[in-house]
Write a protein that binds this ligand. Structure first.
Ligand code: FHN
Length: 476
C-alpha cells in the first residue's frame, strides 16, 4: 500500500514538475541531494588525493572463517550465520571466543604504510551487530569479550601515527538488534524500527564524538525498504555527523530521498559525498566515463567474494597482485579511489596471499606512487596499452603501461591543443624515449623492444599548442 502511495505521489510530483517552468523541472525533494558537483574543501581534497585505501572486515565471523560443524560454506564468510542457519544465541556466543591474541595494530598500520595506502576503512559493526568498540548502547561489543580492549582506538592511534586516515564502515542492517526490521509491515514493526533507528543514530553520534580523527563514514546495509523509505532519518544522520565532525565525508550508500531512491535522488543527483556503488567492479573507461564528473570509490575483494576471513580460499579465483594493481591504476585514471579489502583471522593475522599482495603493490607504489597519489582523470581516451593519470595542475602526463604492443609503439591520442615535447621512463628520466608526431593530435612513443614483466611508468612533458605538421584529411 505504502509503495502504491509513493508511486502515486511520485507520478503526481513528476506531473507537477512537468507543468513547472522547463528550467526547473526538478522534482521537489526534502531529502534529496544537498549539493551538486564535487566538494572542494580541504577534507574532500585530501580524501580524493589519497586514492588508495585498505578496507578491513573484522568481526566474530572471522572465528569460524566460513566453516561450521565441519562443513565449508562457499558464500561470503561474513554471511556464515545465515548461510549455515545458525541460531542467534549460538552465533552471539562467539563473542566469548573473541580473543585475537596475535592482533597488533601497529604491525597492521606498518604493513598498510608499506603498501602505500593513505586511508583505511574498518568495519566498526557489520551486519552481525557486534561492535569493535565499547559502545554504551549495546553489550554486544568487544569490551564483553575475553579480549576486552577497544579495537577502534588501537587502530586509529596506530594508523594515524603512520599518517594514514581512518574511516568507519557502519552497517545499518543489524541481525542482532531485536528492533531491526527489513520491512515495515505492521504498526508494531514501525514502533520497533523507530527504536532501532534511534539506537543506530546514537551509535553513530558516539563514534563521531569519541573518535575525533575519523575522516569518513562508509555506510552499508541500507538496501532494505525499512531504511530506504526512511529518507528523513538518513538525512538527519548525515546532518548530525557533519555537525559533530565538520568536514567528515559520507558515502552514497546512506541517503535515501523522499521516494526511496538511493545513491542518486529522483532528480538523478548524487546523494552523499562520493559514489560507492562500485563493489567488486570498476567503471568502464568508455561507457561509464561520466563517473569522472563526481567523486567515487571502488571496493574490491581479493577472492571473488570474501570480505570477512574465510579459511578456504581455494573455492574461488584469488586475484593476483598485478590484477589488483591494475585496478588501482584504472581507478585513478578515472578519477576514483580504490579500496582493497583485507579480512584478518580470528587471531588478528593476515594470510600469506594478503601479505604478498601488500608487499608487491607496496614495492611498486614505493617507486611510482606519485602517479597515483594526488592524481586524477587526465581527460583523455583510454588507450589499449594502459592508463593515463595526471596530477592536478601539472603540465606532465603519466602513462602507466600494462600491455606493451609487439611493435613497442605506444599510440597517444591527445586532446586538441596538447603538444607532446618529450617522454622518458619515470626511473630513467635521463634517457628520453623517441616521441613521433604521426598525425594531428596523434603521436607514437617508441619503447625498446624487450620483455616487460611489470607495469612501466612513462612521464610525458607537453605544452599547449598545435600540431607541427599539416595533415590532409582523407577525401572519402
Ligand atoms: O553484505 C555486505 C558485504 O558483507 C560487504 O560488507 C560489502 C562491502 O561493500 N557490502 C555488502 C554487500 O554489498
Amino acid at each position: 500500500m505504502k509503495k502504491l502511495m509513493i508511486t502515486v505521489a511520485l507520478l503526481g510530483a513528476m506531473f507537477q514538475a512537468g507543468a513547472q517552468d522547463a528550467k526547473t523541472s526538478a522534482i521537489p525533494l526534502k531529502y534529496g541531494a544537498q549539493y551538486t558537483g564535487k566538494r572542494t574543501d580541504d577534507a574532500m581534497n585530501k580524501w580524493r588525493s589519497n586514492r588508495f585505501g585498505q578496507f578491513i572486515h573484522w568481526g566474530l565471523y572471522a572465528i569460524p572463517g566460513g566453516i561450521w560443524k565441519g562443513k565449508t560454506y562457499n558464500y561470503a564468510a561474513e554471511f556464515l550465520k545465515s548461510s549455515a542457519h545458525i541460531p542467534d544465541a549460538t552465533w552471539d556466543s562467539l563473542m566469548y571466543q573473541f580473543n585475537p591474541v596475535k592482533f597488533d595494530a601497529k604491525e597492521w598500520a606498518k604493513m598498510a604504510k608499506r603498501m602505500g595506502v593513505k586511508y583505511m576503512t574498518i568495519t566498526t559493526k557489520h551486519h552481525e551487530g557486534f561492535c569493535l568498540w565499547p559502545s554504551r548502547y549495546t553489550d554486544f561489543n568487544v569490551s564483553n569479550t575475553p579480549y576486552k580492549k577497544d579495537i577502534l582506538k588501537q587502530l586509529i592511534e596506530a594508523y594515524n601515527a603512520e599518517g594514514i586516515d581512518v574511516n568507519f564502515y557502519y552497517s545499518v542492517l543489524d541481525w542482532h538488534h531485536p528492533d531491526w526490521r527489513d520491512d515495515i509491515k505492521t504498526p508494531e514493526d514501525s514502533v520497533a524500527f523507530s527504536r532501532y533507528l534511534s539506537f543506530a543514530y546514537n551509535q553513530l553520534k558516539e563514534l563521531a564524538t569519541n573518535y575525533p580523527t575519523v575522516k569518513a563514514f562508509w555506510f552499508d546495509g541500507t538496501w532494505d525498504s525499512s531504511v530506504r523509505f526512511n529518507g528523513k532519518w538518513t538525512y538527519e544522520v548525515e546532518k548530525m555527523l557533519k555537525e559533530v565532525r565538520p568536514g567528515v565525508i559520507v558515502n552514497s550508500r546512506l541517503r535515501a530521498d523522499d521516494y526511496g531512491k538511493r545513491h542518486k535522488d529522483s532528480n538523478g543527483q548524487l546523494m552523499g559525498d562520493y559514489e560507492s556503488g562500485y563493489e567488486r567492479r570498476l567503471p568502464n573507461p568508455v561507457t561509464d566515463i561520466a563517473v569522472t564528473k563526481w567523486d567515487w570509490e571502488a571496493c574490491m575483494t581479493i577472492p571473488e567474494n570474501q570480505w570477512g576471513y574465510h579459511k578456504d580460499w581455494t573455492i574461488s579465483h584469488v586475484k593476483s597482485p598485478l590484477e589488483l594493481l591494475e585496478m588501482l591504476v584504472h581507478s585513478t585514471s578515472m578519477g576514483g579511489n580504490f579500496l582493497l579489502n583485507f579480512g584478518p583471522s580470528g587471531e588478528g593475522t593476515f594470510r600469506k596471499q594478503e601479505l604478498d599482495i601488500a608487499s608487491y603493490i607496496g614495492n611498486w607504489m614505493g617507486k611510482y606512487g606519485n602517479v597515483i597519489w594526488d592524481c586524477d582523470y587526465a581527460g583523455m581516451q583510454k588507450e589499449d596499452w594502459g592508463y593515463y593519470t595526471r596530477k592536478k595542475g601539472a603540465s606532465q602526463l603519466n602513462m602507466v603501461v600494462f600491455n606493451v604492443p609487439v611493435s613497442g609503439l605506444l599510440k597517444v591520442n591527445t586532446p586538441k591543443g596538447m603538444v607532446l615535447d618529450k617522454a622518458a621512463f619515470m626511473d630513467a628520466a635521463g634517457k628520453p624515449l623517441s616521441v613521433e608526431e604521426i598525425a594531428a593530435n596523434q603521436y607514437l612513443v617508441h619503447l625498446p623492444i624487450k620483455l616487460y614483466t611489470s607495469p612501466q611508468v612513462i612521464i610525458v612533458d607537453y605544452h599547449e599548442g598545435s600540431s607541427k605538421g599539416s595533415y590532409q584529411k582523407a577525401k572519402t
